[in-house]
Design a protein around this ligand. Structure first.
Ligand code: IFM
Length: 452
């Protein structure tokens, strides 16, 4: 050490800054928050025994259709958020083939105006898991007619709402719909058939492209993109060729298929190919939902999924219900993957189920730190949208998993702010993640993020 120079042994404060105009918000979806959505396939599914954990029902959900969106948008705006991603419920807009509900469109118009008045930029999802009952009766996503039907519904919505929104997410997590609803059978219609899952994937890609063109013909300045659920997939035993092949298979079909088809104009099912020139180039941005990393392995007991299976790393830190492993490096990987697709990116979902709110602050800072690293690699990331604002109906796992920055008491509809909401507020308001925030909310990872 040089004489006369003072070397401070206390860690200086550091700040990870984000670019000006970066979007910070939360994501929601119609069926999970609106309540009383009774005309879609999920409502019917909820009425069937054994479909939803503990027989839970979405019921009143967060009562947004009853007007509580106002107080929740206030929460988002008051805590420094500048964007919100919500979805439109197809079964409300088109309750029957050829019948449009103008009242429902007015309702969404009012909500979008509500976002605007609060300074929250809307990102509007046009399909988030639910199908109108009449559509399910026609065969849902397995029926190629869905391409034209979806485009007509989208055109109706965009014509009605174009004054208030210009960022449109066509289909939320098509890869989850194909795998959970048509391959594993956990979501409606409960099909378990790889061939049908492939047919659904082709129909989803074509429906997305038809919607893209419909939107741009109504609103040329629109920004349109799909939202993919990205899984960081690594071989369980990297030395075993069968595990490496299983990982390659799952990565290609789960992560890559949808986006690569839009980029190349070719459907590539690995052992079968088909041209689809009409879908080529139909994305202005890519939404990435990232939650976790999985190990993939060859499994003779899984013939339905081509003898491939997944599990979390045994040593990884799990969320309370064991649904998510805290694997923040996977978000960096997801963003690098997205960057290579050559379009701007939005983190359209990221979050963790945690009713205790013990893991969430750590999960949040570690993931935002990884996103900051990716931002600094110029991966063209426009924003981060957290899943979710207030606890909501978590599909086949009912109300058992709590993803909200606010806790919900379903009996009284009372919301209670979790500590993570304070942390997220500090991040959103300063457009940064600082060492002071990490020291206060997640001191256990301070050394990891700010090595001394
Ligand atoms: O709640 C879901 C959401 O509807 C789609 N992405 C994952 C979330 C958490 O499971």
């Amino acid at each position: 050490m040089k004489e006369g120079v003072c070397y401070n042994t206390v860690m200086p404060d550091a700040t990870f800054n984000f670019p000006r105009g970066f979007l910070w918000g939360c994501a929601t979806s119609s069926h999970q928050v609106e309540g009383n959505n009774t005309n879609n396939n999920w409502h019917r599914w909820e009425q069937q025994e054994g479909r939803i954990l503990h027989g839970h029902k979405s019921g009143l959900a967060n009562d947004w259709w009853g007007g509580r969106w106002k107080e929740d948008f206030d929460r988002a705006a008051e805590t420094g958020q500048n964007a919100h991603r919500l979805s439109i419920e197809w079964s409300r807009i088109q309750p029957a083939p050829g019948r449009w509900d103008e009242g429902a469109l007015d309702h969404y118009r009012e909500m979008l105006r509500g976002l605007d008045e609060r300074g929250l930029l809307p990102l509007v999802t046009l399909h988030h898991f639910t199908d109108p009952l009449w559509l399910e009766e026609l065969g849902g996503w397995a029926n190629p007619e869905i391409v034209g039907l979806f485009a007509a519904y989208v055109a109706k919505v965009v014509e009605a709402l174009k004054t208030y929104a210009k960022t449109w997410c066509t289909i939320n997590e098509p890869n989850v719909v194909a795998s959970l609803a048509y391959l594993l059978g956990d979501h409606p219609p409960g099909v378990q058939d790889l061939g049908q899952a492939f047919a659904v994937m082709a129909n989803q890609v074509r429906a997305h492209a038809a919607a893209f063109h419909a939107i741009h013909s109504i609103q040329p300045e629109a920004r349109v993109g799909p939202v993919i659920n990205y899984r960081s997939l690594v071989p369980r035993r990297p030395w075993l060729p069968l595990d490496r092949a299983a990982t390659w298979f799952q990565r290609r079909l789960y992560n890559d298929f949808f986006v690569d088809t839009l980029l190349t104009g070719r459907l590539n099912y690995l052992y079968k190919r088909a041209p689809a020139p009409e879908v080529k180039g139909t994305l202005d941005f890519l939404g990435i939902n990232y939650y976790s990393r999985q190990q993939v392995f060859f499994d003779l007991r899984s013939p339905n999924t081509a003898f491939t299976n997944q599990r979390f790393r045994p040593e990884s830190e799990l969320s309370p219900a064991g649904f998510i492993a805290n694997e923040p490096e996977g978000l960096f990987e997801a963003l690098k993957w997205g960057y290579r697709k050559g379009v701007p990116l939005i983190v359209t979902e990221n979050g963790v189920e945690d009713h205790t709110d013990e893991l969430r602050p750590r999960y949040l800072v570690e993931h935002i730190h990884q996103m900051w690293r990716a931002v600094n690699f110029n991966y063209r990331i426009k924003g981060y949208i957290h899943w979710t604002l207030v606890d909501n109906f978590e599909w086949d796992r009912g109300w058992t998993q709590r993803f909200g920055l606010w806790d919900l008491d379903m009996g009284t509809q009372a919301r209670r702010k979790r500590r993570s909401a304070d942390l997220y507020e500090a991040i959103c308001k300063s457009n940064s993640l600082s060492s002071a925030m990490v020291r206060e909310y997640a001191p256990e990872v301070f050394e990891k993020l700010f090595p001394g």
